[in-house]
Design a protein around this ligand. Structure first.
Ligand SMILES: *Cc1c(COP(=O)(O)O)cnc(C)c1O
Length: 403
């Protein structure tokens, strides 16, 4: 059999297999963002190829760095959060790591809230152990008093609002003012609000990190992170770091996150409504001593939440009475039928995880002074199931195991 193609006698079959002569009609339009997969970016000429770093000549360089698909997501994320530039990373944790590597070197100091997302703490500890970075922890409610902790080599202050698991909402205004007075950069992990309910750049924060794995995706099926800035020189430094590290994301994953974006604000509103209803119900239960939901007065930083946030999301925690031991609390969580046991959140499914907070706060900032009968903590994520079923489920598991 000849390997000459029958339809085009001028080219051999294998060439047509690689470079078919296509005639695709123009004019197809749809709402979805095209998924541009690509490692090689094709230049029109050598002048374009050689114009490295000159954005007036070539915007696109290599599929690792950006594609029109990733760019669509970047622009949308920046618009929602009130920033100007976005970089995408393979996970929220990757976004946190990018901030550390872009702005810290050995000998530098970083201040981290004691209630920070656990893997962020692990990352800092690793930098301290292996790379000679100094990492110190501040009380989540430190506010203006953080000024006394800033040293000449302090380069970065992390914020998280609210903090992971224990949900304190920091006084971001006071912390940012103290940082600015000393020329220290501030970075916030703004995952909880999805950038919708808290606008970091309007508050003077320099860098925002999002785990897009959570609400932006909304599907519990894709991992991605973002670092957003409003300042071009900060962005360029982050971008360069991301490039030398070789970090990028797949266009297919961008497509999945882009699909989630259209419904994100209405999903958030639904999570908020349900979570507040369930949190209110929990305040009336005798098994519960504190409901750590930023929109409720029990939560440290409730006043800051009211001042700075336009809504709440679906994640909060409860503190059970100290008369319930760990085994009882574990049995309660395992008896829940509608709340799955698992990490991550932001999808449609509700989740519950018990935490031993006393082992998570080596800086000794837990429990807050004067908290009576504070026992075990359970973090709840309220998904999109009907809140009446979610309440009934909590009730049955409490009646079974918390007596
Ligand atoms: C989940 C989460 C992250 C990390 O996101 P991954 O994509 O899972 O790495 C970071 N910060 C917060 C507050 C999170 O909840």
């Amino acid at each position: 059999m000849s390997d000459r193609s029958q339809s085009d006698a001028s080219r051999y079959l294998q060439t047509l297999a690689v470079q078919p002569e296509l005639d695709i009609a123009p004019g197809f339009d749809s709402f979805s963002t095209p998924t541009y997969r690509g490692s090689t970016v094709v230049f029109r000429n050598l002048d374009e190829l050689r114009a490295y770093g000159d954005p007036t000549k070539t915007y696109w360089r290599y599929g690792l760095h950006a594609t029109p698909t990733s760019e669509a997501l970047c622009q949308q994320l920046a618009q929602i959060e009130g920033g100007r530039h976005t970089l995408l990373l393979p996970s929220g944790m990757g976004a946190i790591s990018l901030v550390y590597f872009a702005f810290l070197k050995s000998g530098d100091d970083v201040l981290v809230p004691d209630n920070v997302y656990g893997p962020n703490r692990d990352h800092g500890e690793w930098l301290a152990r292996e790379f000679g970075v100094s990492v110190r922890y501040y009380h989540p409610m430190a506010g203006a008093s953080i000024a006394s902790m800033i040293r000449p080599n302090t380069k970065l202050i992390w914020l998280e609002a609210p903090g992971s698991v224990t949900m304190e909402v920091p006084d971001t205004e006071a912390i940012v003012a103290a940082a600015k007075a000393r020329g220290v950069l501030t970075a916030i992990d703004n995952t909880w609000s999805a950038g919708v309910y808290f606008q970091p750049f309007a508050k003077g924060i320099d860098i925002s990190v999002q785990a897009l794995t959570k609400y932006q995706s909304g599907g519990s099926d894709v991992l991605m992170g973002a670092v957003i800035t409003a300042d071009e020189s900060l962005h360029n430094r982050l971008k360069r770091t991301r490039m030398v590290m070789g970090w990028g994301v797949s266009a297919d994953d961008c497509f999945l996150v882009l699909r989630g974006m259209a419904s994100m604000p209405v999903r958030l509103a639904a999570h908020d409504r349900s979570a507040r209803e369930i949190a209110e119900w929990l305040t009336k239960r005798p098994e519960v001593t504190r409901v750590l939901h930023p929109a409720l007065p029990d939560c440290p930083g409730h006043a800051e939440w009211r001042r700075d946030f336009t809504g709440a999301s679906g994640l909060f925690s409860i503190i059970l009475h100290s008369r319930f031991g760990r085994e009882q609390v574990d049995a309660f969580v395992e008896a829940l039928k509608l709340y799955a046991i698992g990490w991550s959140w932001g999808g449609a499914h509700s989740l519950a995880v018990p935490y031993h907070v006393d082992t998570m706060r080596p800086a000794g900032t837990w429990p807050p002074a004067g908290w009576e009968n504070a026992g075990e903590l359970v973090r709840l994520y309220i998904g999109l199931e009907d809140s009446r079923d979610l309440i009934a489920d909590l009730k049955q598991a409490m009646e079974q195991h918390l007596r």
